[in-house]
Design a protein around this ligand. Structure first.
Ligand code: CTP
Ligand code: MG
Length: 223
């Protein structure tokens, strides 16, 4: 199974003045923890990290243990472009791929393997959790328009897994049609292609703001 890690963001909401994946969490960088988990998953045998060229040395140096076994790919201006770059750099024989945000550094290796396994029976799968808040759809003036039934609401996470040829096709169509999305499953939805939900865990947070770092401290597993 092939694995791509988008890591080419700037971390603007973290306000750390650098790519948030370089931030320290219990003595190691966020990208280290992500890679550690990925390389602990038994189903994964090829890993690509997609980053900005200016971050290449910093990211690889902060996770030295994995520097020689990951494949470096230059990222783009948006997450969508970064993933597209990653897809183009997969080996020609790659049939299936899991895409996983570098910023979800608490991912459990067993959940990675579960996503990989579910791709035997599905063309697309994503990890997600049931939403516990009541969600409001709000208009531009700040007034509530609608409250969707919570029974149908799931919060999307990564990994998200796909058959490579399908995901490549979806990304190419997105470029043609100027679709802009924040996750890969959205492209499948726009094309009316099925995406299977796999129930994940609430601890698989995306480290986005300084508060998330405090939460992550509680969950990170030191060697
Ligand atoms: N990402 C990427 N290429 C981009 C933008 C984001 O590969 N051009 C990656 C990030 O590195 C991250 C993941 O996509 O691992 C999810 O994005 P997000 O959490 O939004 O990270 P940032 O874009 O870095 O943060 P922010 O939006 O706060 O600037
Ligand atoms: Mg972002």
């Amino acid at each position: 199974m092939h694995f791509l890690i988008p890591a080419a963001g700037s971390g603007s909401r973290m306000k750390a003045g650098k790519n948030k994946l370089l931030i320290d969490l219990e003595g190691e960088s966020l990208i280290y923890w992500t890679l550690k988990s990925v390389f602990s998953a038994s189903s994964i045998n090829w890993v690509g990290i997609i980053g900005q060229p200016k971050d290449k040395e910093l990211l690889l140096n902060s996770a030295k243990e994995f520097a020689d076994i990951v494949h470096w790919i230059n990222g783009g201006e948006t997450r969508q472009q970064s993933v597209f770059n990653g897809l183009k750099e997969l080996p020609k024989d790659a049939e299936k791929v899991l895409i996983h945000d570098g910023a979800r550094c608490l991912i459990n290796p067993e959940l990675i393997d579960q996503c990989a396994k579910q791709l035997d029976e599905n063309t697309a799968v994503i990890l997600a959790t049931k939403v516990t808040d009541t969600i409001k759809i709000v208009d531009n003036e700040g007034f509530i328009k609608e409250t969707p039934d919570r029974n149908y609401l799931w919060a999307a996470q990564t990994p998200q897994g796909f058959l490579v040829d399908r995901l490549k096709k979806a990304h190419s169509m997105a470029i043609d049609k100027n679709w802009n999305v924040t996750d890969d499953a959205s492209l499948f939805e726009m094309l009316d292609w099925k995406v299977k939900i796999i129930e994940g865990t609430y601890s698989n947070i995306k480290i986005t703001s300084p508060l998330d770092l405090k939460i992550a401290k509680l969950f990170v597993k030191k060697p």
